[in-house]
Design a protein around this ligand. Structure first.
Ligand SMILES: Cc1ncc(C[n+]2csc(CCOP(=O)(O)OP(=O)(O)O)c2C)c(N)n1
Ligand SMILES: [Mg+2]
Length: 921
């Protein structure tokens, strides 16, 4: 204990996040304060001392004394009862139809368990969150017809039955639709998806949330991009709010927590998280030994969020008022979540004994309550008014994002076999007894006779003209229409003409530049386009200099809602680091996952905001699909459009960076994502055609796709500098876009053995080298083909095969790759800086012999030439592979391949020559 007279001239404290040495300018006064504190503690006890300290802190805050914040508060509601606003709705009517929704939500899952179907679903999550959603639907969320443009609501994925059940009452879904839950293809008349999937229900769902952790990230970047669009003058989003509904278990995903600082730094007060703290995840308690609400409060407050806790329902108000010595609050503070869960899986008598009974003062407090009364002491998340007060406060808070931590009961209202049980998340079938009890507790006029068929209990709808439905529809009308709703109103963009692409078609002359630089040159010109320039949005996770995009800093500027409040160290330089409120570049910091969330919001602005934007997300290709593939997949679901650039591509091209950087497989990963059209261009002019066609397909209108196609482009870019050739006069543009074109026919073919060399990206130069060696040293005439997309060629072939399977008798055509190679002679040898499996994507459809070389296995640090020799993908390796294939066909003398292997020293990595040095990494 500190003695009063002890001198304390200096103390180290953390003040505003910074360690500070504070001087005591009046030690005598300090001693007096400390002495009076000690005396107060002795006289009043620790509860009293705690109370007074909290009051002091509160007073200091009111008087604007900048003290470090406490990260947690007591386990009680943040908003005091006396500060709750007037509730503007009719609670009784809203309760009635909330019960209809609860019933129908459970029934649509339950009915989907009927014999022969049994497709699963979740009942307990929505049961715990019905109030949270209904307060939003009835009082807060603005629809698309609202003058402000409407809100964006991220629904907890497995709460979807509740949203469907509401849409049924609203007349948006039919009984047949509900019965088609999770039977999208087989249900007569069509079914509805298990979870929020915009791609599968494009007029309804806006945000795919079911891969847990993506919703929290995407909601933050949605709110940030809303601001960005506003600052950029694209759209007034000032009256649009983003709501994200999350599970307390979901908050254990690193993605759920990893981005929250961004929301705080950008002051996103247009964002509210509602975390349904039912204390349970799938298997059991989220924090049996701890308190998830308290943990999250500290976490979010520490990160700079406004935190509102909704823990207790109004029935507790009276008890808390009686809690003069803090005994009840102490119990609340010290009861573990595991116990809170167990209370609700038991009954009032159990709660009396195991909660209130732990302290004689609290036991006394509830003597006048029956066990029934104790059971009816609700949690905050089931009290309409408490939830309303929290939402209202969140929407009025400025300068910070808000998180509302709401305590609920998992399986609420579903009876003792569901409520609070560890298994409740997975329970989907109700027994006859469950059904009867549930109906009774919801007070629904469904006769017993209708519950006889336990697999088909009826849905409940009181009729369109009923008071409840009329009220409900009226609420939505006032708020601007239904939620969720997805609309695509964007018009096709006027795309730039050919001129913008000229710079790439001309080639780089004597200058050696990498394809990354060629791409950057194109983007620079696209920025200047009067129609689309303002819509191009580079998204960069701290690699702009690597890609030569620092040249955009002074002109396009980096978006920062606070502008630039400091003098940049390089302010005097041409390429100064410039931040601006109107910046066009979304610089994401070292954060690929967050960048993909940003990409999601930007690439879907055409639907969410009716404003097509052209994202150009450029990153180290190794840290793309491999690291953030799930987010990319969700963009596919959300039907994003834009360009994804895997820069520093290839397993051997990024000199010296080695195992964790040498990407030799992202094309394989991209190939698994149906919405990605992937290209691996070799030259600038190829990039020009690919980007032009991408813009046409995604942002232009065609007869087949009047609003453009829901696809993304994945283009790999390299950092190996070489001369970019001028576009050949007779370029086969159609072939280039389909995935292959003849780049360099063999010079003299007369009487010579023939071969076909296929390559993509930087590999094209090795094929050209091999062509030369084969001609010079072996008299073999080889044609060189640039394969711009192995994936597109294979997808084209798969489409043909599927058509053939469905209609074996029909004339379904020939895969493009087969058609192109059918007219050629000799074996086909393929190479690239990617693993073999990528080249092999076309193997089944290559007529004749096919040999794929590839960079399989882990990369390593070395020169490009050495690495390519190691993997046997370089020019000489192609020569040996070609001779060997010719020998096997009997078209070349035996032993030639072995001679060639010796001649080119294939076993010696030091003998490799395929590849230039230099290029930034
Ligand atoms: C990334 C990911 N991992 C696992 C799942 C499977 N899953 C679906 S719901 C769920 C439990 C959810 O618990 P919580 O977030 O607390 O939500 P609650 O249902 O309790 O509201 C799990 C593990 C998933 N959907 N996504
Ligand atoms: Mg939970």
């Amino acid at each position: 204990m500190t003695t009063v007279n002890e001198p304390a001239p200096k103390m180290t404290l953390i003040k505003d996040g910074i360690a500070a040495q504070l001087h005591d300018i009046d030690p005598e006064e300090t001693s007096e304060w400390l002495a009076s504190f000690d005396a107060m503690l002795e006289a009043g006890g620790s509860q009293r001392a705690r109370y007074l300290m909290l009051r002091m802190l509160d007073r200091a805050k009111q008087q604007h004394i900048a003290l470090p914040a406490l990260t947690t508060t007591d386990y009680i509601n943040t908003i005091p009862t006396e500060s709750e606003p007037f509730f503007p709705g009719d609670e009784a009517i809203e309760r009635r139809y909330r019960r209809f929704i609860r019933w129908n939500a459970a029934m649509l899952v339950h009915r989907a368990q009927r014999p022969g179907i049994g497709v699963g679903g979740h009942i307990s999550t929505y049961a715990s969150s019905a109030t949270l959603y209904e307060v939003g639907f009835n009082h807060f969320w603005r629809g698309k017809d609202h003058p402000g443009g409407g809100d964006q609501v991220f629904f907890q994925g497995h709460a979807s039955p509740g949203m469907y059940a509401r849409a049924f009452l609203e007349g948006r879904l039919s009984e047949n639709d509900l019965d088609g839950f999770r039977q999208e293809k087989s249900h007569p008349g069509g079914g509805i998806p298990s979870y929020p999937h915009p791609r599968l229900m494009p007029d309804f769902w806006e945000f795919p949330t079911v891969s847990m952790g993506l919703g929290p990230m995407n909601a933050i970047q949605q709110a940030r991009v809303n601001r960005f669009l506003h600052h950029r003058g694209i759209k007034d989003t000032s009256d649009q709010h983003v709501w994200a509904f999350l599970g307390d278990g979901e908050l254990d995903e690193v993605e759920s927590r990893g981005l929250i600082h961004i929301a705080a730094i950008d002051g996103l007060d247009n964002l509210t998280y509602v975390i349904n703290c039912n204390l349970q995840r799938l298997d059991g308690p989220v924090r049996g030994n701890g308190k998830i609400v308290q943990e999250l409060e500290a976490f979010f407050r520490g990160a700079g969020w406004n935190v509102i806790k909704v823990i207790w329902g109004r029935e507790w108000d009276r008890l808390l008022e009686k809690d003069k010595d803090g005994a009840l609050v102490h119990l609340m503070n010290t009861t573990a979540d595991g116990d809170f869960q167990t209370y609700r899986a038991n009954d009032g008598a159990y709660i009396r004994e195991h909660f209130f009974g732990r302290d004689p003062r609290t036991k006394q407090m509830v003597t006048d309550l029956s066990d029934e009364d104790i059971w009816r002491l609700r949690r905050g998340g089931h009290d309409y008014r408490k939830v309303y007060a929290a939402y209202n406060a969140a929407t009025q808070h400025t300068g910070q994002p808000t998180v509302i931590l709401v305590k609920t009961i998992k399986g609420f209202g579903l009876g003792p076999s569901f409520q609070g049980r560890n298994a409740t998340h997975q329970m989907k079938k109700m027994t006859s007894q469950n059904l009867h009890e549930f109906r009774d507790s919801l007070q629904l006029p469904i006769p017993d006779s209708q519950l006889e068929d336990v697999y088909r209990p009826p849905y409940f709808h009181p009729g369109q003209d009923s008071e409840e439905i009329q009220y409900m529809l009226d609420r939505r009308k006032r708020l601007g229409g239904f939620v969720p709703e997805r609309r695509v109103a964007a018009k096709p963009l006027v795309l730039p003409g050919d001129k913008v692409y000229d710079v790439l078609k001309k080639g780089s002359g004597k200058q050696e530049i990498a394809t990354t630089m060629a791409f950057v040159r194109l983007v620079r010109d696209l920025f200047k386009d009067p129609e689309i320039g303002n819509r191009v949005v580079p998204i960069i996770p701290d690699e702009a200099r690597t890609f030569g995009m620092d040249s955009f800093f002074p002109t396009q500027k980096i978006y920062n809602p606070s502008g630039q409040l400091y003098t940049a160290v390089d302010a005097q330089l041409m390429l100064a680091y410039r931040e601006s409120e109107q910046g066009m570049i979304l610089h994401e910091g070292i954060d690929e996952a967050g960048s993909v969330a940003t990409l999601t919001a930007v690439s879907t602005a055409y639907a969410t905001h009716g404003e097509p934007m052209i994202p150009m997300y450029i990153f180290y290709s190794m840290f793309g699909f491999q690291r953030t593939g799930d987010g990319m997949w969700a963009i596919g679901d959300q039907m994003g459009r834009g360009f994804v650039l895997g820069a520093t591509a290839g397993r051997t091209t990024l000199t010296g960076e080695g195992l964790q950087h040498g990407d030799g497989h992202s094309h394989l990963l991209a190939a698994t994502q149906p919405h990605f059209v992937s290209y691996d261009p070799a030259y600038g002019y190829e990039i020009a055609h690919i980007v032009k066609d991408g813009l046409r397909r995604m942002y232009g209108g065609s007869e087949e796709f009047p609003h453009g196609e829901n696809i993304m482009y994945y283009i790999t870019l390299y950092n190996e500098p070489y001369q970019q050739p001028k576009q050949p006069d007779d370029l086969d543009v159609d072939g280039l876009l389909k995935g292959i074109y003849k780049l360099s026919p063999a010079a003299e073919t007369e009487g010579k053995a023939r071969a076909q060399l296929l390559a993509s990206g930087v590999g094209v130069r090795w094929a050209l080298e091999a062509q030369q060696l084969l001609a010079q040293d072996w008299g073999v005439a080889a044609d060189v083909w640039s394969v711009t997309s192995w994936t597109e060629l294979s997808r084209d072939a798969e489409r043909v095969e599927r058509a053939r399977l469905l209609d074996p008798a029909a004339e379904v055509g020939v895969p493009y790759i087969s058609k192109v190679l059918a007219e050629t002679e000799g074996p086909v040898i393929a190479t690239s800086d990617w693993q073999r499996a990528i080249q092999n994507l076309i193997a089944p459809w290559v007529p004749g012999d096919f040999v794929a070389l590839g960079a399989d296995g882990f990369g390593f640090s070395d020169t490009r030439a050495a690495a390519r020799r190691h993997f046997l993908i370089d020019g000489p390796s192609m020569v040996v592979a070609t001779l060997s294939a010719l020998e096997r066909r009997g078209q070349y003398r035996a032993g030639a391949a072995a001679e060639a292997a010796e001649k080119y020293e294939l076993h010696d990595v030091r003998a490799g020559r395929s590849g230039s040095t230099g290029g930034d990494s």
